[in-house]
Ligand binder design. Sequence first.
Ligand SMILES: Nc1ncnc2c1ncn2[C@@H]1O[C@H](COP(=O)(O)OP(=O)(O)OP(=O)(O)O)[C@@H](O)[C@H]1O
Ligand SMILES: [Mg+2]
Length: 266
Amino acid sequence: MSKLLEVRGISKYYVHKDGWLPGKRVCALEPTSFTLGRGETLSIMGETGSGKSTIAKIIAGAERPSQGEIFINGQSLNLMSDQQRCRHVRMIFQDSLRSLNPQTTVGKQLCEPLIFNTELTPRQQKERVHNTLRKVGLLPDHYDFYPHMLSSGQQQRVCIARAIVLEPQIIVADEAFAALDPSIRAQIINLMLDLQQDMGISFIFVSHSTEIVKHVSDKILIMHRGKMIEFGTTQALIQQSEEPLTRALLCSDYNYKVPLNSTTKE
Ligand SMILES: Nc1ncnc2c1ncn2[C@@H]1O[C@H](COP(=O)(O)OP(=O)(O)OP(=O)(O)O)[C@@H](O)[C@H]1O
Ligand SMILES: [Mg+2]
């Protein structure tokens, strides 16, 4: 599989501005490296505060790394304009209703990335949006709907449409399916897998669900206290890993006690 994404030594430190210890430096992510092929799915797992969203946000360009670099097709993300980056990587957020603008129609929200990132004419934009709505199992009529007129599954489909409308190479989804009820979740995940086959998109999922991770992932990355403790193919990790945390996350029969005070590393 050809290498699409190369994450080389990214780390993230935050300096607390207020609270008990202003000026204190917190390490959210220690230097981390991994690669992802075209059309592959990577899942990131780990307990709360272990740095999963930090990785997702850095790859999606919502945060800058303190160190390290990310390459897509050998080109550094640092050297790309926001427009170029948006065309390569898009993000789907956890709370779909909150990430949609309640006062703007679905169509206008889907046209927005096209207005800012492409040279398409308004007519071409509308055509692309209609096609995208069809791809995610909605109707062209939904163009004129407001988010509150849609069910939660339809709202999540709009979020997926917004992520794919620019035809990106990578989609990052940070616990994007956690709030959906199980039957809708299954539909949305199958939709994502179909889109992956049709469009050759690579996915990065942050997920707590062992079942989903095992079902969709080619590779898995396990995080603990800001540190990557394991990265490998799904099969290798399930069959061969001797890391207690990996086994606890992937093998439900394994009993592992998370150490106390295991969230933030200074
Ligand atoms: N803006 C910020 N300022 C200070 N610290 C932050 C900031 N964002 C994240 N952190 C810290 O970085 C660490 C990693 O956070 P992150 O959001 O990546 O965790 P996570 O693995 O996604 O957790 P969860 O499963 O709860 O979503 C946490 O200890 C968090 O408090
Ligand atoms: Mg998170």
